[in-house]
Design a protein around this ligand. Structure first.
Ligand SMILES: Cc1ncc(COP(=O)(O)O)c(C=O)c1O
Length: 380
């Protein structure tokens, strides 16, 4: 049987490849972005309580109302921004499913979607599957700074959507208020939808303020926000998240969502509703990860890697150009196989495989793991 692949360029994700390589060579795994410490036992108890109480059948299609109400309260408290829990918030199977259904709901054949590289890997294939065209704007190492003039020059009659991600995976950069205002000016008066991937909203450092699209009224009126409980509560394997948008946009989203998953894990939603109502559960996360970033960077002080400290996310990029000029995929393989430390080469997030000799390391790890990893980096 012959078939034309709908994703001819897609291969096994680099995260799976590097994690498998780490496993094979018994290497410390700072490649894939997941914590190697436990989720709060209180939250796990709440999940088991919900199961014992009988929340084991389908949840309502948009999600359990108690959880949507808790999310709405969080938006009110944190950003003074209101979303109607009935009509403007939907619970998703991780941010990935939300992103998939948002793009599927709006992008048609030949529509253009602007993304910024280095970019998280699910955007481009999802655009392609829906017949859209990815318009990549490459941000340059080491600052990965936005050039809004360039963005303006790439906007056309066909631009359907712009996808942003702040704090940004993999670069660890964040958008400033000026960036958000520039995006708002650029999209004002257009029908462009903004997909704002804010999965790292609670992991932001050095007293920077997270610039959510919901803080800018015109932007908010055209935007989806996607969020991930896995990132916030150390349980990426639960695959739980949510998205929110103004009513008319959310109504279109739900048409797709109901045939994509219909609804997501019910007992975890009930547990999260209660857990989310204690703000310290997410307000203390930035300091927790800032301490890990600082430990990681202090321990590689004096090594031959060059870096600018991450401003958000649980990733730190390191430039190895003082050590070697070989390609980043080869260097990452060598680091894993010969030295026992796995990372992610940044070229896989770039357009045309642009390689700036930079690797991404995940510091969502116990202090002990970080010490072992930095011992290796010091010897390279
Ligand atoms: C920028 C970004 N968006 C979305 C996701 C996916 O989140 P989830 O695991 O909740 O699907 C990730 C996970 O690494 C990410 O880094």
């Amino acid at each position: 049987m012959h078939h034309n692949s709908k994703l001819p360029n897609a291969s096994t994700s680099i995260f799976a490849v590097m994690s498998a390589l780490a496993h094979k060579h018994n290497a410390i795994n700072l490649s894939q972005g997941f914590p190697n410490f436990k989720s709060d036992p209180k939250l796990i108890d709440l999940v088991s309580k919900a199961m014992n109480l009988g929340y084991n059948q389908y949840a309502p299609m948009p999600g359990s109302l108690v959880l949507r109400e808790a999310i709405a309260r969080k938006f009110d408290g944190l950003y003074n921004s209101s979303y109607n829990p009935e009509t403007e918030i939907t619970i998703t199977a991780g941010a990935t499913q939300g992103i998939y259904a948002i793009i599927s709901a709006f992008v048609r054949q030949d529509d253009e979607v602007i993304i910024f590289r280095p970019a998280y890997d699910c955007y481009d294939p999802t655009i392609t599957l829906n017949g859209g065209k990815t318009i990549s704007i490459q941000l340059e190492a080491p600052l990965y700074k936005m050039d809004w003039q360039e963005v303006r020059s790439k906007v056309s009659q066909k631009t359907k959507m712009i996808i942003i991600n702040t704090p940004q995976n993999p670069s660890g950069t964040v958008f400033s208020e000026e960036d958000m205002l520039a995006l708002q000016r650029l999209t004002e008066g257009t029908d462009i939808i903004v997909l704002s991937d804010e999965v790292y909203e609670h992991i932001i450092f050095d007293n920077e303020k997270h610039q959510s699209v919901c803080l800018f009224s015109d932007l908010k009126s055209r935007s989806f926000i996607t969020a991930s409980f896995g990132k916030t509560f150390h349980n990426t394997g639960w695959k739980m998240g949510y998205c929110c948008a103004p009513k008319a946009l959310m109504a279109e989203y739900r048409k797709v969502h109901q045939f994509n998953v219909f609804c997501v894990n019910h007992p975890i939603q009930i547990a999260l509703a209660e857990y989310l109502d204690e703000p310290s559960h997410y307000m203390e996360l930035s300091q927790f990860y800032q301490d890990k970033r600082d430990l990681f960077l202090n321990l590689i002080e004096g090594s031959r890697f060059k870096f600018r400290s991450s401003k958000g996310t649980y990733f730190q990029v390191l430039d190895y150009s003082n050590i070697s000029k070989e390609g980043d995929v080869d260097f990452a393989n060598k680091l894993t196989i010969d030295h026992g430390l796995a990372s992610i080469p940044l070229s896989v997030f770039n357009d045309n495989g642009l390689d700036n000799n930079v690797l991404r390391f995940c510091f969502a790890k116990t202090d002990e793991t970080l010490k072992q990893a930095t011992d290796i980096l010091q010897k390279i």
